[in-house]
Design a protein around this ligand. Structure first.
Ligand SMILES: [Fe+2]
Ligand SMILES: [Fe+2]
Length: 350
């Protein structure tokens, strides 16, 4: 996992070794972080920083890919061609997000195939939210509105993350997430203007997705021991609770405009704080779902495993094609060299 490339200061990646060299590398790293500049893959970085990033980016990439499933399940059942095209585009975007993020993780010296293996074997996690089922087409709208909305709250600050490749990937991802959120909200607005049954479907979906969406920000700050270090490294810019509060403040007026009720009797405006007060999510449920015991964990991983196996022939064909291309390049190069030699020989002979 440790890279052996050298940074601008000439130090090896990974552990700083010992002595003055180690101090100099650490000082350079600290200075980059303190000045809000970016750490790039070739720069020296502490092992723990690299490991934290690999874990976070891989988990994020896995979430994008697993996140294709709950909505993907509705592509064949979309109620109109327009809705099908929108949903198709959205689910494809999520595949793209996964790819950017795996590519960003690979700049840290890990291998995408290995990350996928770790996901399938349950050794790496993905967002708990994707372990809930999508029971009606209203869920597609609510996922866009709440789940992509929460993702935006989480991810906009990551555009300023201290690790360059991650931050740059997030810029593009966030632009697409904002389309996702709007398409979801627009779908819900349309359904809310429809029949009584459609409004009931929307309310039911909101009731099921509200609390899991709040859990997307992770456990409360006092139960999130690694957060402080990630914030000191500027990988993370705000605490879980701060981001959760922002999400609630942003979402409540949207719920009012939509005409749905958020299922939290404690939710009310606090004029003194200038923010909304809200109830406490069921943290035991979050723990259960994260540790594999959510409604759809097995199904999601099983589906991912099957897709990976079904894709083996594509990977083999791509590798065979790449090998052929490389062999052809070598052959052409040898032939060109042979021609050069012949010409030189001819010149010398004449
Ligand atoms: Fe995404
Ligand atoms: Fe999205």
């Amino acid at each position: 996992m440790t890279q052996t490339t050298t940074d601008a200061g000439g130090g090896p990646g990974g552990g700083a070794g010992g002595g003055a060299d180690a101090d100099r590398l650490q000082a350079h790293f600290d200075e980059v972080i303190a000045h809000d500049r970016r750490i790039e893959p070739r720069d020296w970085m502490p092992d723990a920083y690299r490991k934290t990033l690999v874990r976070q980016i891989a988990q994020h990439a896995h979430s994008e890919i697993i996140g294709m499933q709950p909505e993907g399940a509705w592509i064949t059942r979309a109620p109109s061609l327009r809705r099908k095209a929108i949903l198709f585009a959205k689910v494809q975007d999520e595949a793209g997000h996964g790819l950017y993020l795996y590519a960003a993780a690979e700049t840290l010296g890990v291998d995408r195939a290995d990350l996928t293996r770790r996901l399938i074997e349950g050794r790496q996690k993905y967002s708990s939210i994707f372990n809930y089922p999508t029971l009606s087409f209203a869920d597609v709208g609510v996922i866009g509105w709440l789940v992509d909305g929460a993702a935006i709250c989480n991810q906009v600050p990551l555009c300023r993350s201290s690790f360059g490749p991650y931050a740059r990937a997030m810029v593009r991802i966030c632009k697409e997430e904002s389309f996702h959120q709007r398409q979801g909200y627009e779908l819900l607005l349309t359904m809310m203007r429809g029949t009584e049954a459609q409004r009931a479907m929307v309310q039911d979906a909101v009731d099921r997705w509200w609390w899991p969406s709040l859990m997307m920000f992770g456990p409360p700050d006092e139960a999130s021991p690694n957060s402080a270090r990630s914030m000191a490294w500027k990988i993370k810019r705000h605490s879980n609770d701060e981001l959760r509060q922002r999400f609630v403040d942003m979402t409540v007026p949207q719920a009012e405009k939509l005409g749905v009720t958020l299922p939290d009797p404690e939710l009310r405006w606090n004029a003194e704080r200038g923010r909304y007060d809200f109830g406490t999510p069921d943290w035991d449920e979050l723990k259960r779902v994260i540790s594999g015991d959510g409604p759809c964990n097995e199904e999601r991983i099983e589906r991912r495993r099957r897709a990976h196996e079904d894709g083996a022939w594509v990977r083999e064909a791509a590798a065979a094609h790449a090998a052929k291309q490389a062999a052809r390049r070598d052959r052409d190069r040898d032939r060109d060299r042979g021609h050069d030699r012949d010409r030189k020989h001819d010149r010398e002979a004449s």
